[in-house]
Design a protein around this ligand. Structure first.
Ligand SMILES: [Zn+2]
Length: 346
């Protein structure tokens, strides 16, 4: 075959293989076959010496043109394959911006803790120390140090869960009182609150729970009177429920205080006129308090002739129920997210 025809035949074959290559690997193989140093096309250079001198230039040109044509076809195809690969990659990794996002469930603070934090802040601002009590207490600290000996009828109202005959789940945060008094050795004045959980063997209903929160407060110093108690609680109630709230004290009985009082707050819903919320009285019972019983002072190491004090106990859920209009104490413990999502920190 005429050498020029041979070159053209190879060129044609190469161009058709370049065009038919469907991957970069295949294309590389075609390039190696036709453009590498030991390729068919290069071997045709060997024919040069058989070609008459006057035709050498023409043959050389045909050869070069063939190589240039194959190279150009290769370059174009290579670019085409690369951009096709890129497009395929982009298509496979495409993000659908119209898809709705995934909702992250954000936790909320249980209203119980919102109230504990708020009350702690209010009392801390009045100089009260915040004491952490113990959930598991001894009979001695939970009852006896609070003037409730073993045969005392008040124990009937505070039946609890016993771990042993002398270890129990505390029925009141007041147990922290005695620990604090003993720690201060009867010498230093005390201003403390103890927020925490209490336990009683109660049948759960809308207003009773076998587990509930209480904040116990205790002030001991020289010359503390019922007027200090009233002033402190009035300030607390106004910070907690609003500036216009009033309180009233009426007598009650607790074994560890003398005199003992129940404290009512004027109803926020009706402003004291009377409504279903306050059962028509204009007042809502909020906490129990009193002057520390001299015997309790004595047991705690304080001389009742020198020192006096007051104590109070507030139900955390009671405050939360009044504040948020919650009708059932069990809601604080059921962990129902539909209930909890209604609350957020102020
Ligand atoms: Zn009312």
């Amino acid at each position: 075959m005429d050498p020029i025809e041979q070159v053209k035949a190879i060129q044609e074959k190469a161009l058709s293989e370049v065009a038919g290559a469907s991957s970069s690997e295949e294309l590389t193989r075609v390039r190696n076959t036709y453009l590498a140093k030991k390729s068919e096309l290069t071997s045709l250079m060997g024919l040069m010496k058989q070609i008459p001198a006057e035709e050498k230039a023409a043959f050389g040109k045909v050869l070069n043109d063939a190589r240039d044509a194959i190279q150009a076809a290769y370059d174009a195809k290579s670019q085409g394959l690369e951009s096709a690969a890129l497009s395929a990659k982009l298509a496979s990794e495409a993000i659908d911006l119209t898809l709705p996002g995934r909702t992250l469930c954000q936790g909320r603070v249980n209203p119980y803790w919102i109230i504990v934090d708020e009350m702690s802040e209010i009392f801390a601002s009045m100089g009260f120390e915040i004491v952490e009590g113990r959930d598991v207490e001894t009979d001695h600290f939970n009852f006896e140090m609070l003037n409730v000996p073993k045969d005392h009828p008040a124990r009937d109202m505070q039946d609890t869960f016993y771990i042993t005959d002398t270890l129990l789940l505390r029925t009141q945060t007041s147990a922290a009182q005695a620990h604090t008094m003993l720690a201060k050795a009867g010498k230093e004045p005390i201003r403390m609150i103890c927020p925490g959980k209490c336990y009683r063997r109660d049948d759960d209903d809308m207003t009773h729970s076998h587990e509930f929160g209480q904040i116990e407060g205790l002030v001991i110093d020289k010359g503390i009177s019922l007027a200090d108690l009233k002033g402190t609680l009035e300030l607390f109630v106004r910070k907690m429920f609003g500036e216009k709230r009033e309180i009233r004290l009426h007598s009650s009985y607790f074994p560890f205080t003398e005199p003992s009082v129940e404290v009512d707050v004027s109803c926020a819903a009706c402003g004291g006129k009377g409504c279903p919320m306050c059962k028509g009285t204009g007042w809502i019972e909020i906490l129990g308090a009193g002057e520390v019983h001299p015997h309790v002072l004595e047991m705690g190491g304080y001389d009742p002739k020198v020192y006096s004090g007051f104590a109070f106990g507030v139900g955390v859920e009671r405050v939360a129920m009044l504040r948020y209009g919650v009708d059932d104490i069990r809601r604080f413990y059921q962990n129902d997210v539909r209930f909890l999502k209604d609350f957020s920190e102020k």
